[in-house]
Design a protein around this ligand. Structure first.
Ligand code: FES
Length: 567
């Protein structure tokens, strides 16, 4: 046996102090699974198996793995699947974001520890795709993303419905007593009619589309439904491309640049994507030593028209986008806003991807840049004494009349306080009040839960109030809508100004001016901060300890400090 070969089975030999024995032993063990010597001399493509009974968004992963394997075998390599953590939004306590960095560590370390010349990353539900890409970028092993794809839509009493904008919409109607218990239970059966990811422009759809725009997926790989034959063909093709990038050692650092990330940010804005996409892209770029400047993002998006008509900002679902031509059609409409020479994982440039498709047929989901859904800047970056770092608002999903608003604040100190008081009859609020929730940032909750969509207080909901200005240091689901200010940095738990706001204070929001101001003098803010008692020290262990000691603020992607690229 020789150990000179550095690919396939010969990569990353276990350390016994005798490398020839290491390969001898490794082959002996894997032959127990029936492999021949001839097969074991081929390149190896790892496949992350993120199937889990706790993750319906990944319910089609076993089928996809079959198709990926077919593509890999037909191209002359060995497919080896391996398990990693799988995270579903509704099955992760305290919140899925708390576990994203753990999944990225798992993915990175298993990619580095096991022999593989390239890796197919199969993810889909919100945090899985960023976690996998963060891990793959740090491992810097050739990798390609395959998403599970969106679920189909359901139907409730003649109305088309899908997770999860309609989950929230129907729940708000139930809270406002517009529908009864029988109907809310009925619609519960229709919101998720198949496996796959949420079918609106939530975080999963956003991440799928911006991953394709970034160049980490085959062309038009983002939008095909989870249960479609096309999704299986995309999986097979992804397996084939994985072998090509393995043969060329085409690792992420060899082609991903700031241009790719700017393209992804432009697409994020043009699709009316989830605000979570910014946090994830920032964390992903940080793994490659690329800094994303939120002020520059704001300048870019100010000029970018929002052209995709999907919920929550518009009206359609991902299956409609797929039938309308998917991301290539969006790229075609955005030609003037993109770096067309950016290289993608297949080796094609964005220009080449645009050029190989035909757009000369009628559809209604992707508008042209002259006829946008929302004029410019679907997401805006705010600053001011309340958010000296930054805060963001998805203005395309907000109420126009609230984008310039001054109001008296009602403060909720944390999630428990919110749950205890939001529906009480004596809550001191009117439709013009501003609701402010503290301590749901990266450190505070912990894990920055998607609780930024503070519910409209029941007494106002019953009066027909549908939207109010709401502010927090947390996130919100990409499927949600409203005048919601998120990701306030620094967060309350990190000593941010948010932490010293009291009920009765006044806040002024002016999205056009990108400003978020607490109407207090600098002296008063400093004095309140000085007199604020520091939180009592809590003894921590395990992942909880790592998390609290290492998590960064939202403007750094809420990554762990020790996971970012060493410059
Ligand atoms: Fe998985 Fe929405 S819960 S994508």
């Amino acid at each position: 046996m020789t150990t000179k070969k550095k690919s396939g089975m010969y990569k990353n030999l276990t350390n016994y102090g005798d490398s020839e024995f290491s390969i001898f032993l490794r082959k002996a063990f894997i032959k127990g699974m029936g492999y021949s010597e001839e097969m074991l001399n081929k390149p190896i493509i790892g496949i992350t198996n993120t199937y889990s009974d706790y993750n319906p968004c990944h319910g089609n992963v076993p089928d996809l793995i079959k198709s990926v394997k077919a593509g890999i075998l037909s191209s002359g390599a060995i497919p080896l699947e391996f398990p990693t953590i799988s995270i579903h939004e509704s099955f992760a306590y305290p919140t899925s974001m708390y576990l994203r960095n753990l999944m990225s560590i798992d993915t990175e370390e298993m990619m580095k520890a096991q022999p593989m010349d390239a890796c197919v990353l199969i993810g889909g539900c919100d945090k899985t795709v960023p976690a996998q890409l963060m891990g793959a970028f740090s491992a810097n092993i050739p990798a390609i993303q395959l998403v599970t794809g969106p679920m189909l839509t359901g139907s409730h009493r003649g109305e088309r419905v899908g997770a999860c904008t309609d989950c929230r919409g129907y729940w708000a109607k139930f809270r406002a007593e517009e529908i009864d218990l029988a109907e809310i239970n009925e619609v519960n059966n229709q919101l998720v009619p198949t496996v796959g990811t949420c079918g609106v422009m939530g975080t999963a759809s956003t991440m799928a589309l911006i991953t394709e725009a970034l160049g980490m997926m085959i062309s038009n790989g983002a939008s095909a439904p989870a249960v479609s034959a096309e999704r299986r063909r995309i999986a097979e093709e992804t397996g084939k491309v994985a072998v090509e990038i393995a043969n060329k050692s085409f690792n992420p650092k060899s082609f991903l640049t700031l241009k790719n990330f700017k393209n992804a940010l432009t697409v994020l804005s043009a699709i009316g994507g989830s605000t979570n996409g910014i946090v994830h892209l920032t964390a992903m770029a940080g793994r490659l030593g690329i800094d994303i400047d939120l002020n520059e993002f704001d300048k870019m998006t100010k000029d970018t028209p929002m052209i995709v008509d999907l919920k929550p900002s518009g009206s359609g679902y991902m299956e409609d986008l797929f039938k309308s031509g998917g991301l290539p059609r969006i790229l075609n409409e955005l030609k003037d806003y993109l770096y067309l020479d950016a290289i993608t994982v297949t080796g094609e440039t964005i220009q080449e991807i645009i050029d190989k498709n035909n757009y000369n047929w009628k559809q209604e989901v992707v508008r042209n840049a002259e006829d946008p859904i929302f004029d410019k800047g679907s997401i805006a970056v705010l600053k001011g004494n309340l958010a000296p770092g930054s805060a963001i608002i998805k203005q395309s999903a907000a109420s126009k009349e609230l984008l310039a608003h001054e109001g008296v604040v009602e403060v909720f100190e944390n999630l428990e306080d919110l749950a205890n008081r939001i529906d009480s009859d004596d809550l001191n609020v009117t439709k013009d009040s501003i609701l402010l929730l503290k301590n749901i940032g990266p450190i505070g909750a912990p894990g920055m839960p998607e609780a930024g969509l503070i519910p409209i207080p029941k007494k106002l909901a019953k009066q027909g109030v549908k939207d109010m200005v709401r502010i927090s240091d947390g996130r919100m689901s990409g499927t949600a809508a409203g005048t919601i200010i998120l990701h306030v940095c620094p967060e309350a738990a990190a000593g941010g100004t948010l932490g010293i706001v009291k009920s009765g204070d006044i806040i002024k929001l002016d999205v056009k001016k990108r400003s978020l101001e607490l109407k207090l003098s600098d002296e008063e803010i400093a004095s309140r901060k000085k007199s604020k008692k520091s939180n009592k020290e809590i003894k921590r262990r395990g992942y909880d300890k790592i998390f609290h000691e290492s998590v960064l603020q939202a403007d750094k992607g809420a990554d762990f400090d020790f996971l970012r690229s060493i410059k």
